[in-house]
Write a protein that binds this ligand. Sequence first.
Ligand SMILES: [Zn+2]
Length: 374
Amino acid sequence: MFWHRPTQSSPAQRYAATLVNQFPTTGLSAIYADQVRHLIDYVKRSYTGEHRELLHRIPLIVLGRSDLDVCVTTVPGFPKEAIILIGPKYLISLHLMLRIGFWLFFHYQSVNESILSDLGYELVQLFASLTLHVPSQQTQLTRAVDDDAELRQSAIDQEALYDCIVFIILHEFMHVASGHLSSSAKRRSRLLRNRPTEFYRFSQECETEADHRAASFLFSLGPKPPEANPFLPPGTFRDAAPFFACTFIGAMDYLRFISEASLIKRFESTFRRADFTDVDSIVTIQKTHSTHPFGMDRWQGLMDAFGERMNDHNRNMAIQFAQYVYQGLSKLDSRSWTLLDNYANELLAQPTARFISNLNALAAIVNEQDSGTN
Ligand SMILES: [Zn+2]
């Protein structure tokens, strides 16, 4: 499926068509198709000058590959052309987190401690189901969320999902607009590869720049068209959306860190890496040896830059949402640990530790053709 077709045939357009043929594009529910179509129209109408022109040239594809989240890639042989790719890993799991988060937000008075441990378990299940294809089981929490008529009727989660997608697409778009995919940036990045500290710092700076430019643009859009959701006043969540997205990324980072810690601890004697056996040191290593900053650091960076300008409603929502998710993660119980432990064990059997790599399989293929990714 690919939604944004530039009017003229371009190298990006032709390359997008080959990717669509190469990878599955089905399997997503129609809601995501509508959301993405809508937002492309909206962003196109809002954008001015060179950015509008640039956006108009960039095809946007939603692929059905379960391990793909979101990335932007250049077109081999055409350094000025780019394509944005989105996969279900991001869309479906973010949507689940939003549904649970809103349910908690509305029912916080009746929320008890045990349901927060269900939240942690849900996130671990989701993590395992996405990476190992372990089927998820319903918990007390998912049942409550699914049965909530108010949530269903307001479609508040879809509204927030829409804004999160806008933010994340703008983030990818800002990589292009900021020249992060240019040949000079790629050359610099290649030169820094044998100096890992500087390489990762440079990559993380690019991510931060893309986040801040995307949020800044999102906040400047003004009220959304009222047809976006007739149940809600325009712009209800727009300013909170980048924080929801970063909370989600942070939750996934956290689970990745602790499953890695669990893996290394299990084989500690084999590897004799006693210094890597606690979560804190894993987190520190992962944070400084990753092309992307930790999700909650991205959250904090955005709050430092934009928090004062946000209205109270959006700021409170962003903060409470993150609190629920992290309280849920801090309450991981024996069920969750067992699942994470199995996950870590399974992972060792895999020839490549998928979760350690920031790039998904698709990006790797694209890399082989010597183009950039996020
Ligand atoms: Zn990025």
